[in-house]
Design a protein around this ligand. Structure first.
Ligand SMILES: C[S@@+](CC[C@H](N)C(=O)[O-])C[C@H]1O[C@@H](n2cnc3c(N)ncnc32)[C@H](O)[C@@H]1O
Length: 208
């Protein structure tokens, strides 16, 4: 029987960006988002950074945390000595919870739209927890690739519930067939453990 992922969390039912922003505004009250991530054993920041560390050996790598939220991925990267990190997200209330000294720069950006950032500027782009219900769509991978340098890395999760429904399966095949990247790692990760929601975890090397 197919797993009913959409019913696991209320946020998964939201479709409109303005409702999503409101949801995050409420979720950040009293630091509730960060507390829930601990209570739910949200393992994606640890899982993705652990995979990245196998490939990104240079601790000065210029890294973009796309959909950085409250900075959980940045905090994990910092723990392992990466310090040249920037963060972008479209929710100001999530960005307001980012601790000081994690990111060199933070910007409010909608990843579903064309980005006002230059080509080939990042060694690594992380996008964790952001390819999920009602959030960022597969076409955003084209922009993420545009920002990434030749031989740069992108590391991201895709919620198992939307992988086929939103066409991430097709997008990944297309990028591979068009020789725009080499997928180095692709596996089901634990993601939100106590809610029994898993995610595909992908790390790919960009070819330009
Ligand atoms: C589940 S949170 C994950 C945040 C962080 N990466 C983490 O692992 O804790 C998803 C994030 O995606 C952001 N997001 C949703 N839609 C977005 C969009 N269109 N552009 C940029 N960020 C978006 C939300 O504001 C939220 O911070």
């Amino acid at each position: 029987m197919k797993k009913e992922v959409i019913s696991k969390l209320d946020i998964y039912k939201i479709k409109k960006p303005e409702e999503l922003l409101q949801y995050y505004q409420d979720w950040t009250d009293n630091n509730k988002y960060n507390k829930d991530m601990v209570d739910w054993n949200y393992t994606a920041p640890q899982e993705t950074v652990s995979v990245l560390r196998k490939y990104a050996l240079n601790k000065n790598s210029k890294i973009l945390d796309a959909g950085c939220g409250t900075g959980l991925v940045g905090i994990e990267l910092k723990k392992y000595g990466y310090s040249n990190i920037e963060g972008v997200d479209f929710s100001q209330s999530m960005l307001d919870l980012v601790p000081q000294n994690i990111y060199k720069k933070i910007e409010k950006i909608d990843l579903n739209k064309p980005l006002k950032l230059k080509n080939n500027i990042y060694d690594v782009v992380m996008c964790v927890g952001t390819f999920t219900y009602g959030h960022v769509k597969p076409h955003a991978l084209d922009e993420i690739i545009r920002l990434t340098k030749n031989k740069g890395l992108i590391c991201f999760t895709i919620n198992e519930g939307i992988y086929e429904e939103y066409g991430f399966d097709k997008k990944i095949k297309e990028l591979t067939n068009n020789k725009l990247w080499n997928v180095k790692e692709f596996f089901k990760s634990n993601y939100i453990t106590t809610k029994d929601v898993e995610a595909w975890l992908c790390l790919a090397e960009i070819i330009k």
